[in-house]
Structures are given as C-alpha cells and as structure tokens.
Design a binder for this molecule. Structure first.
Ligand SMILES: NCc1[nH]cc(CCC(=O)O)c1CC(=O)O
Ligand SMILES: [Mg+2]
Length: 334
C-alpha cells in the first residue's frame, strides 16, 4: 500500500460527496452477466415451494422453460440444473443419475431445443439419486468409495453431455474426478463441454435448505460429508484443490459456500488467476430472506450488497438463488 497523503490535503470524503464522483471511483460492478441461476427440476407437473427458500420452487420441465425464458430476457447467461427425482427412483448406487431419460437429461434436451443460446450447466453428484443421500457410493462401513464413485460420475457426466449440457459441474469432491471426466468427454468427442469444478467445497452447515429441496435431507439423516468435503478451518488446502483441478482440465473453479468463504475466493483468484466462481448457497439465501420477512433487513439492498462483495473478492461469477430477482433489480436501476 502506497502512502496516500495526510489530512487535510487528503480528505477522503471529497470523492464521496457527490453521486458523480462516487460513480467515477467505483471499483467493482455487479451485472446480470455475473449471475448463474440454480434451478430444481422435479419429475412431476407444476411447481412446488421449497421450505426455507422463499421464492424458490421445484419446477416441472414446462415451468422450467418459462423460467429459462425470463433468464434470457434478463440477460442471465446460464442456469444450473439440480434434479429432484421421484423418490421411488432412488437406489443405493444412484443409477437414475445416468438414465438417459432421467429428469435432468430430459430437461437439458428441452432447454437446448427451445433456447439454444442459454447456457445449461448441470450438477454432477449422486446425492439426489441415492437412498442414503450421500454424493457417492459407500462401502460396508459407510465410507464413501472414491474411485468407484468417480466411475459413476463419469457415466452421469457423459449422459448430460450427450443430452446437450454446455457445462458439467461436479459437486462431489471425489479425488481425481475432474481428470477422469475430462478424459471420458474427450474420448466420446465432447471436446467443447466445459467443466465447472466445485474445487473448494466445504463441509458446511449452510446447505440445509438445499438438501430439503432435492429431497436428500431425510435420506442423509444424521450422516455427514466430512470424509470428502473440506474442513471449514482450512485455506491452503483450497488452493491445492484448485491447482489439482487446473491440472486435471477444469475450465471454471468454484468456491462454496460464498459469503463465509470470501477469503478463499480472494486467494483463488489472486494466487491462481483462474476463472473463479462462488456459490451463495441455500442457507445464505435463507438467512437474508428470513431477516427480510421479519422486516429486519432490506432484502434488495442487502442481497445486492452481498452479491457485490463476491465481485470485490474476485469472483468472475456467482451462483445465486437471487439471480433473476437481482437481474430485475439491476435492470430497474438504483
Ligand atoms: N452435491 C450436493 C450439493 N450440491 C449443491 C449443494 C448445496 C447447494 C446449496 O446449499 O444451495 C449440495 C449439498 C451438499 O453438498 O450436501
Ligand atoms: Mg479435488
């Protein structure tokens, strides 16, 4: 930091005095281009509200198409699909995850047929499809097997790529899955399919509302994901995870959750200089919405401030349940 002078020749408030000079020295800006909209697609007609996530609904494919059209109109570049299968389709091995007629595969085809220009990102992990709610395959002791899980994730990724997904996004935290998925995509001729790696995904307690949304909460029960997701105490480990995923061929790198991990976003962007994304997760959304519902916080002002903070930390994009609402607010102007 260079010395900035001294009072009174330097008065920091001069530039803050008027709107024009505040605008001229503004360092970061949030636009619709920064936003990715996560959506839950269920295998039934209509819409269903999600507990603890006011404004978020599980959508049928027909309803998804309406939401996709709004995203396009608002200039939001991409949606991220999370499947909510019929509970009867869940198995111990999560095989519904790579069913070519599964809910996500059908949703991808419908979206790409109708709105080819909208980016379609898809979540790669087994948790919505397994009877135990884990992201991978457990051995007899309950430990999640790494390499066997990676094989399943490859099948899921290939089925999404074949359906037309633009970006596959492994959120499981198995070791080596990025490289194995990348090699399989290349072999199958899907050389344009991008990989958004959840490189630094923490074993967070902020995922609760999401687990209810995809219907894995009850199945997971008292289980946890500590043997594969990262310890919230760690920071250097996140950089090693991202570095490995760079070497394995990911195109985009995600830190998750968002607000409590902005220091990680900052380190990844500034130390590794890669396209960096952050996920403002379900619990972060729920906190803001709950406070707003009580009249304790101004929803619009606080949400836009939180989203801007991701940009300031260095994020190139943000996955947020606020994406459409924020894009509308931005369009309407300050
Ligand atoms: N593959 C699981 C997955 N993918 C996205 C989220 C959380 C997203 C959110 O909370 O909004 C989770 C939950 C978990 O790891 O248990
Ligand atoms: Mg890793």
């Amino acid at each position: 930091m260079r010395p900035t002078g001294a009072f009174p020749s330097t008065r920091m408030r001069r530039m803050r005095r008027d709107d024009f000079s505040r605008r001229l020295m503004r360092e970061n800006v949030l636009t619709a281009n920064d936003l990715i909209y996560p959506v839950f697609v269920h295998d039934k007609p209509g819409r269903e509200a999600v507990a603890a996530m006011p404004g978020v609904e599980r959508l049928s494919i027909d309803e998804l198409l309406k939401v996709a059209e709004q995203a396009l109109e608002l200039g939001v570049p991409a949606v991220d699909l999370f499947g909510v299968p019929d509970p009867a389709a869940k198995t111990a091995d999560g095989a519904a995850a790579w069913d070519e007629d599964g809910i996500v595969q059908r949703a991808i085809r419908a979206l790409k047929a109708r709105f080819p220009e909208l980016g379609v990102i898809t979540d790669i992990a087994l948790d919505p499809y397994t009877t135990h709610g884990q992201d991978g395959l457990p051995d007899d002791s309950g430990y999640i097997l790494n390499d066997e899980t990676v094989d399943a994730l490859v099948r899921q990724s290939l089925s999404h790529a074949a359906a037309g997904a633009d970006v596959v996004s492994p959120s499981d935290m198995m070791d080596g899955r990025i490289g194995t998925i990348r090699a399989a995509l290349e072999d199958a001729g899907f050389i344009h399919t991008r990989i958004l790696a959840y490189s630094a995904k923490y074993a967070s307690s902020f995922y609760g509302p999401f687990r209810s949304a995809v219907g894995s909460a009850g199945n997971l029960g008292k289980g946890n994901k500590y043997s594969y997701q990262m310890d919230p105490a760690n920071s250097d480990e996140a950089l090693r995870e991202v570095a490995l995923d760079i070497a394995e061929g990911a195109d985009m790198f995600m830190v998750k959750p968002g607000l409590p991990y902005l220091d990680i976003v900052r380190r990844v962007k500034h130390e590794l200089q890669v396209p960096t994304y952050a996920y403002q997760v379900s619990g972060e959304y729920a906190m803001l919405k709950a406070a707003a519902a009580n009249g304790w916080l101004d929803d619009r002002a606080c949400a836009l401030e939180a989203l801007l903070s991701f940009k300031r930390a260095g994020a190139d994009g943000i996955l947020t349940y606020y994406a459409l609402e924020a894009a509308r607010w931005l369009k309407a102007g300050a």
